[in-house]
Write a protein that binds this ligand. Structure first.
Ligand SMILES: NC(=O)c1ccc[n+]([C@@H]2O[C@H](COP(=O)([O-])OP(=O)(O)OC[C@H]3O[C@@H](n4cnc5c(N)ncnc54)[C@H](O)[C@@H]3O)[C@@H](O)[C@H]2O)c1
Ligand SMILES: [Zn+2]
Length: 352
């Protein structure tokens, strides 16, 4: 087993993001060291369950702890209040107490749900993120945003609740479907566009031989953003680049378009809107890099449909909405746009 790195996140709670290679069977020892002995309630999905749950549970048991497992069907459609309540009932029946912890084994769907359940069960208990997708590794497992979807929109119920530990074994990423890997690259490319031109160039130019330094860099960026604005009053909004339109597309497609795919489409549209808004036009390099990763950038919804779905987005404030637009590659800013202006910008960028 190789420990690749350990990144300390400092927010309302501080914790380590531990990255190892082929180290899942040592997770029990890490948990004991990081948070002490406790009972664990695992949330995972059926796919990840069949691949990794046994290894994790065996390691936890070997370290002298007990782990109860709850499995939900994989996919965004599972990220709902029903499943959160079922998992919470499961925890109550397993006698999980305030000194115990939840363990999220899976991608962003599992991490968001398990984190939310941990935030509300007995007014908040600890949780450990064990991301197994690239997207969860670089983005959702760090920073403490937890949420579930409701019919009115995506992530509309949630809480800020920091994990007490993040443990990534990069070997788990080897079993990912290439399409799911690509979803993760949407967020990697996003980090490049909003805050790190060098990262953007690295993912634009070369074939990625080793993903670990890229994951590390993304987590460092997220760490810095979360340290500066944990509760999303300012610069954390930058991480939503491509997401207002992306979330609208996810919702309109009834979540058949994946989060990464929708964010890719949203970033292209946001770049076009930036150009219409009078900022520079950075569509070309953004489209080029996303195409290199095989993203389908077409949008099957018209301006009115996107506008309607985006208006229920939580980032709306009265008759204004905050858009994140690029000033250059590696630098984005937040712009408050009237909803009327948004509709007009969406119409003017319909023909991509
Ligand atoms: N909280 C945050 O800050 C934040 C940030 C970004 C995204 N998100 C959320 O993350 C979610 C998307 O996450 P995701 O892309 O990881 O989706 P996901 O959790 O649905 O995982 C994608 C698919 O990969 C499978 N899978 C997971 N790990 C695997 C492995 N190692 N090998 C093989 N298959 C595996 C899953 O079963 C699933 O079918 C969205 O709900 C999005 O809103 C949250
Ligand atoms: Zn995202």
């Amino acid at each position: 087993m190789n420990e690749y790195c350990n990144i300390r996140v400092t927010a309302s709670a501080s914790y380590n993001v531990i990255i190892v290679e082929n180290g899942l069977s040592y997770i029990g020892d890490y948990i004991k060291k990081e948070i002490g002995s406790c009972r664990l309630a695992m949330l995972t999905d059926n796919k990840v369950d069949s691949l990794y749950a046994d290894t994790v549970i065996k390691s936890i048991e070997k370290s002298g702890m007990i782990c109860s497992k709850y499995v939900i069907p994989n996919g965004e459609q599972s990220k709902n209040t029903d499943n959160v309540l079922k998992f919470i009932n499961f925890m109550a029946e397993a006698h999980i107490t305030r000194s115990d912890a939840v363990i999220a084994l899976g991608g962003g769907v599992i991490g968001d749900m398990a984190g939310f359940a941990a935030a509300i069960y007995q007014r908040g208990i600890k949780y450990i993120q064990v991301p197994t997708t690239l997207l969860a590794a670089v983005d959702s497992s760090v920073g403490g945003k937890t949420a579930v979807d409701i019919p009115a929109g995506k992530n509309l119920i949630g809480a800020f609740h920091q994990p007490c530990m993040v443990f990534l074994d990069t070997a788990t990423l080897k079993t990912l479907d290439p399409k799911v890997i690509r979803d993760g690259f949407a967020e990697v490319i996003k980090y490049g566009i909003i805050l790190d031109a060098n990262l953007f160039n690295v993912v634009s130019e070369a074939t990625v031989a080793d993903i670990k330094p890229i994951i590390k860099r993304c987590i460092e960026i997220k760490r810095d953003v979360v340290a500066a604005d944990e509760f999303d009053h300012g610069m954390r909004g930058l991480l939503n680049f491509g997401h207002t339109i992306g979330h609208a597309i996810e919702k309109l497609s009834n979540y058949t378009v994946s989060h990464g795919e929708a964010v890719a489409k949203g970033m292209v549209r946001a770049a076009a809107i930036g150009a219409e808004y009078g900022l520079g036009d950075f569509s070309k390099p953004i489209i080029e890099v996303l195409k290199r990763y095989g993203f389908d950038l077409s949008c099957h919804y018209n301006a009115e449909e996107i506008y309607g779905a985006a208006l229920s987005d939580k980032k709306r404030q009265d008759d204004e909405i905050t858009l994140i637009l690029p000033q250059e590659i590696g630098k984005c800013s937040l712009y408050k746009v009237s909803t009327k202006n948004l509709l007009s910008l969406l119409k003017r960028t319909e023909q991509l």
